[in-house]
Every structure is written in structure tokens, then in C-alpha cells.
Design a protein around this ligand. Sequence first.
Ligand code: C2E
Ligand code: CA
Ligand code: CA
Length: 726
Amino acid sequence: MDPVNIPRREIICLLVFMLFAGIGAFWTHLGQALYRKEQRFYMTELIDGQASTIEQRLARSLSAARILAENVRQHRGLFDGFESFADIVMTSIDGVSSLQLAPNGIVRHIHPLAGNNKAIGHDILLDLRRKDKALQAVEELRFIMAGPFELIQGGIAVIGRAPIFLPTAAGEEFWGFASALIRLEDLLKATELDPQGRKGYSYQLSRVNPSTQKEEVFSRSTTTLTTDSYSIFIKVPDDTWKLIMSRSDPTPKWRSTTGYIASLLAGLMTAWIVYILLKQPDKLRRIVNEKTRELERLAYHDHLTELANRRNLSEQLGRVVKEYERYGRPAALMYLDLDDFKRVNDTMGHEAGDSLLRQVADRLNGCVRSSDLVARLGGDEFAILLLDPESIRDVSKIAEKLIHAIEQPVILESKAFVVSTSVGITMIPVDGTDVPSILSNADMAMYSAKKNGKRSFRFYDNSLQTEAVTKLQLEEDLSAAINQRQFVLHYQPIMDLSTGKLSGYEALIRWQHPERGLLYPDEFIAVAEETGKIVAVGYWVIEEACNQIKQFESEAKLRCRISVNLSPKQFREPELLVNIRDIVLSAGVDARFLEIEVTETSVMEDVEDAIKTLEQLKEMGITVAIDDFGTGYSSLALLKYLPVDRLKIDKSFIRDLATDRSDKKIVQALISMAHKLQLEVVAEGIETAKQLKLLQHYRCDYGQGYLFSKPVPVDNLPLILSGIRT
Ligand code: C2E
Ligand code: CA
Ligand code: CA
């Protein structure tokens, strides 16, 4: 993960969160403020309206007292139509609860009387609570409002009193009062201040009592005022009232809280989404990185052992070479090839083979430092790149350690196996400083180690190079040899030991090299085998041998068998049977006179397949012999299943036959065993009469060797034949 990106992404998310939560909070706050402002405006409007309604209503209602007073004055006292007059006044002026006349301050007339009769006879000027105001009205000759106070007949009311003065001769004389009583509940009915609080407002009406100077609440709603209240003063005659109002539906607190919480959540949500979006490229990058790593692992590692692969080794080598050039650091490259891996793979199966390779990989890793590179190059080939080795001795010690480690028994399916390894070593920079030659040096050294006997190591040196060059040259020359007919066959007689007569010939190849003279098979067969050229060479040999059979027949009137050697590679060739049949047919020979010699080891590589091939060869009429018998791993028991005619006992058993007791026993046993299996036996490499005698004694069927004749060119054969006859 890119370290720079972590804080940057988080900061962006934080900013987004702050922005969105901030905007949300601001909106909530703005909404709230607007709401409150609106409320205030509305409330001031409302309270203003209520106040002026009260004011107007009161003024109007009180004017009823004045009208009544005026009428009394005009009638010079109480007049007959008071009741009907009062009725007219009350119906035309709302809010008046009752009208009274109090001559000399004593209430005598009330309209309507019902419910108010208690007040009849009440002397206002004697009433302690009323008289002050009443006297004030008389003294100041003006209309005065009193109250609010509790009425004798119940309820709260204000009362407006107009003093009535009648004209007399001496001037004006006080007659009494005309009063209008206004019950508060009637007054308030015209307003929205419903005493029951039904309209959702709370209110309170009060005034400061002029005598006590204390605030006196005379009307309030059943619901209590909230803190968020509004007040206004109402000018009423001779007094000031105070109206306080609030809306009982309080500013919904939860609404703002919800708003803030919602803003917070919105901020969080947006930040989260932004976070996820910002993480997408990261995630993608991570996936790409993982895939790249995976691909790199696949490209640079061996999937079976998890070791580095060939490509990885080559690249590391390139790096090592550069490091040497820059810092002068030496290195060593080792090539290892397991000596007997194929045997394990064939006998135990591929899974066991894989398990063996993994164990070998672990052991190799255990022998070197972690800074060294262990690689698997494929099959049973491994390589180790040693960095900064201290000395050649040091490298030798490591090679010994490796060989020893590999030689420890491996347990596969509860069976112990012992495999060994051959190691080739090349030193960098001493032996070379370019990757291809380092690789080929190690390879050459390894092959040489293998050739010189397994379980060993060998350092690269120049002689290997010369060897390699010669080999390369040989490879080139081989290609030309077939076309230019440089090969020849020499024939070695095979004698019937019981009769002493000629039984046949073994055809042995020689190469008439234009520069190097006559070359024997041990000088070129291995290279031909390695390069695959042996297949073409082999067919040439069969063809030549068939032609020779034909020639013997037509020219010398000699009918005898010719044996040819078949290389392991050719034996596995899919076209083998078809090709041999073609050759035999086109030469026009009897297949019974052709014998094919296959080595024990080439049969052992794939026994089932070998049996099939051998069977088909026999079906064609060709004789089959197992060559070099006794040198391979095959068990005698297996012979039973092989469709062959003859066994050729390897010459290494014959060489010391006259002197070596165990060789005698082996050869004797082999012969009797083969006979039991209905197989004929040929002894190779008979050089002495003593050997011949012994073999005859053991009832060996046929013999071949210098005692009878060396392999010779066909032209020399008649001589030999006659020689044998004598
Ligand atoms: P091989 O099939 O075991 O052939 C017998 C070898 O023993 C021949 O060596 C022969 O010269 C040698 N020999 C015969 N009698 C005696 C004896 O009394 N004493 C000793 N010390 N040696 C004796 P050569 O011709 O050098 O061939 C060597 C090997 O090369 C052959 O061993 C065979 O495996 C291979 N070879 C020869 N010709 C061919 C061929 O045409 N095709 C293939 N694929 N391999 C061939
Ligand atoms: Ca042979
Ligand atoms: Ca042989």
C-alpha cells in the first residue's frame, strides 16, 4: 500500500464529513432560527392584536356607562325607560355585562337583574374596596374605571363609573353613578385568549395594584406560560395592564436534535461512501499487485519444489556477474543431477518421484546459506548459486556436504530409497563471466562427474572445454557421415559351441572418418545417442545388414544370421516396427536371418512397452537377443516374461572366468537358468581356449570373441571362415 495515500485519503474523508455534517448542522440551525423568528413575529403580532382588542373592547364597553350617565342627566334623574334603554345600549355595545344606576352611591337599578340582585342596595361609597375610586370620580368630576376585582355576586370584573351631576340653581349637584360592569370572561371572549387555553396559548393578565404596589394577576390560562413568552402593556382607563403570552406548543426541541443527528449521520454516510470510493483504486492496485506477485512466483519458481526455476537462476546469475564487475565479488555455480531418479520414478510412480524431489529440495536448502540460491532446472536437475565463497576448498566442502545429504535414505511409501547425485562446479569469474558460458561450464562439469563414476563432484576446467568442442565437432560430422556413406559394418562371427561351426555374425559399426581415420563405436555412439542421430544411423545398420544377408545368400550360398545392435532410443521409437518391416521387405530377405540385440537396460526402461515391441518383432520372424546381460538391474525372474530367444552374457563375466570362482558360478547359474526358460545363451568376449572349454562344459550354446575372430570387414570374412573350419 502506498504510505502517502493513507493519510491523504483519511483527511479527504474527514473534510467531507465535516463539510456535510457542517452544512446539515447549519441548515438545521438556520431552520431553527427562522422558525423562532417567525414565531416571535407571529407572537408579537398576536399579542399586539390581543392587547388592542382588549383596549378597544374595554373602551367601547365602558362608554356604555357614559351613555347611560348622559341619559340620566338629560332626564334629570332616574327615568322610566331605564330597563329598555339599558337593553338597547347593551345589545348595541358588546361586552357589557350589566349596567347599573346608583343614586347617591347606592345601587338601585341593575340591568339585567338576574344573577345580579345581590348587588342591589350596595352602597358604593361605603364599600372600602370601592369607595376610593368612586370618591375620586366624584371629586374629579370624571369617568373612572375601577378593578378588576371580585364581584359580590361572583366573578371578576372591571367597572366603569361615570359620576352624574344634575344642574341646580346653585350650580351642579351630585346625583349618583351610572356604571357599566364588564366581566373579564366577557371581555376576553372577543379575544383569542380563551380562558380554557383551547387555542394553544397560555397567557396572563395582571396589573400593579396601586395601593399595594404588588403585581396582581387577575386572569390566566389553565396552561402555564413557557419561558419563551412575550409581554405587552395595555393602556386602560386609569391603569396599565400587562399581558403575557406564550405558545403552549413549545418550540419542538427534538426537531433540532433530530436535525443535528441527521446531519451527523449524513456526514458520516457521505464520508464513508467517499472512503469506499477512494479505496477502490487501492483495492484494484492490491489485486493487480497480488496477481503480479502470483504471476512472478509462477514465472520464477518451480511449482513442485517452490525453488527458483531456470529463468530465475539465469537472472540471478546476470546480477551476480554485474556485481562481480562492480565489486569484484566471486561466486560459484553448481549443477546437480540425481543419479538414480529415473529408477525411483519408474518403480514407485510419479507421486513418489515428486515427493523425492521435494525432499531433495529441502535437503539442498539445508546445506547452504539463505543468501545462496537453490534452483530446480527441471526433471532431476538442480543448481546452486553460492555467493561469496571463501575458497575452492570451501566450495569442495559444500559439494561433499551436498552429496552426503542426498545420499541419506529417503522414505517413500514406507520403503527406504538411496539416491546419489553428481555435481559439476564452475567458478565465477575464473571460468567465465558471461551467463551462457557459466551455465554450460557447470553442465559440462556435471556430465564429466557423472561419467567418471557417480556420487562425485568435478570442477570445470579447460580440458572439459576441449572435450566439449570435440563433441560438438563430432555432432556436426555425424550429420555428414550418413549422407556421405562414411559408416561401415564389421562382422564378428558367432560360433555354435557344441559343433564348432559358424552360427552367424554380429554386425558392429565403424566410422571411416575423413580426418580422424577409423573410429570405433565408443567414440561416437554416445554422442549419436544424445543427439538422436542414432536413429538414422541405426536404420542404416539394419538396411546394410539385410543387404549383406541377401548377398551372402546369392554370392556365397551362405545362409546365416546377422545380429544388429539396437540403441535404447531407437528401441523406443514409435515407427520402429513399420520401418524394420519396410527394410526387411524391400531387401527381400527372410526375417529369420535377422537378429535384433537390445540391451537389458533399454528393456527395463518401460517393461510393458518393451514386451509389446519384442512380441511384434518376433511375430515378424525376427530373433531377439538380450545384450550385455548381467550388467543392468533386471531380475532373472523378469526374464520369464520377456519374449526373447537368446541371452548374451556380458564379456565382463567371461574375462576372468578361468580364475574367478564367483564368475564361474554366476555364468554357470545364468546358463542353466536360461535353459530352464528355453533361452539360448551366447557368451561374449571369449579370448582363451580355457574360457571356451569352461563354457562348453557349462553347455553354453554359442560363443563370440577374439579367440574366433575380431570383428572384420566383410571382404575379410571368407578367410576367417576357412580359418575356423580348420
Ligand atoms: P557389444 O554389442 O557388446 O559388442 C561387442 C563388443 O565387444 C564389440 O566392440 C567387439 O569388438 C567387442 N569384442 C568382441 N570380442 C571381444 C573379445 O574377445 N574381447 C574384447 N575385449 N572385446 C571383444 P565394438 O565393436 O567396439 O562395439 C562396442 C559397442 O558399441 C557394442 O557392444 C555395441 O553396444 C555398440 N555398437 C556397435 N555397433 C553398433 C551399432 O551398429 N549400433 C548400435 N546402436 N550400437 C553399436
Ligand atoms: Ca551386441
Ligand atoms: Ca555385448
